[in-house]
Write a new protein. Sequence first.
Length: 323
Amino acid sequence: MKKIKYYYNTRTLRYEKLEIPFRIKLLRVLGFIATALVTSALIVAIAFEYIDSPKEKFLKQRNDALQQNYNIILKSISLLQQQMASLEQRDNAVYREIFEATPLSDSMRLRAAQKQQNIQFVNTMTDEDLFKNISTSLQNLSARTNVQNQSYNTIEQLIKNKEQLLAATPSIQPVSNKNLTRIASGFGYRIDPIYKVGKMHSGLDFTAPQGTPIYATANGIVKVADYSTGGYGNHIVIDHGYGYETLYGHMVRTKATVGAKVTRGQVIGWVGSTGKSTGPHCHYEVHKDGHPVDPIYFFYNDLTPEQYDRLLKLAAASNQSFD
């Protein structure tokens, strides 16, 4: 039941029924609605200011993820730049120290032609596609860098082994022979000076006055320093490693002792005529993997091409050996 309101009329001194005009009711309704709208607008504004919407939350999470990925990419790029700088330095060392040449940098090749294409390609990509593309590129670059690094490690090891191999390879004549007049007998079948029959001569005979120094032809360790009554007389055998051994026979006296380390050009004894010998000379042999090989092919360090060609002809002459 609707309540009826009354008010006291001072003019009539009576209680009269309260009747509100329609205009005032309408104003009250409109005022209420306006207040509600303003209040709602304020609430919504405050909510949007301090409370994130689902879309904003998603965008914020996505932005955080992109920021983290970006930081990861920056760290990866920084690491790759350091690795590439190291590789470039090692690459320059290989080319300059070994090949004595300066190679063209890969970054200089096709740079102008590809720059515009790369810009156009990146502009057509979304953020996610760009990130995926960069990540894939970085992974590929990282893998290539690791492979290249391993390759350089292998090259450096090969270079070190090559240096050691070259130092251990016989490459000079065992006696001074500047005029190329001291080779008396070469490698192969020669007339035995005592038995006067053809016999395999497994080395070279260098004639020289007694007491002429005999030099180690490569780095190595003395394996034998002994006297043989029926063969090489006072002789030395040097183990150079890599399958190489050299023998020096008929010395008047040996200098190096068993177990001693010797270097190329070091005096190890002096020319004599001990053992089975017909005159002062140095009998010199080179063995590879236990088999004698012609020493003439190892004199490349102290001869010019013309001298080497002449030495080949002298060593090839069929004559009588000295032992």
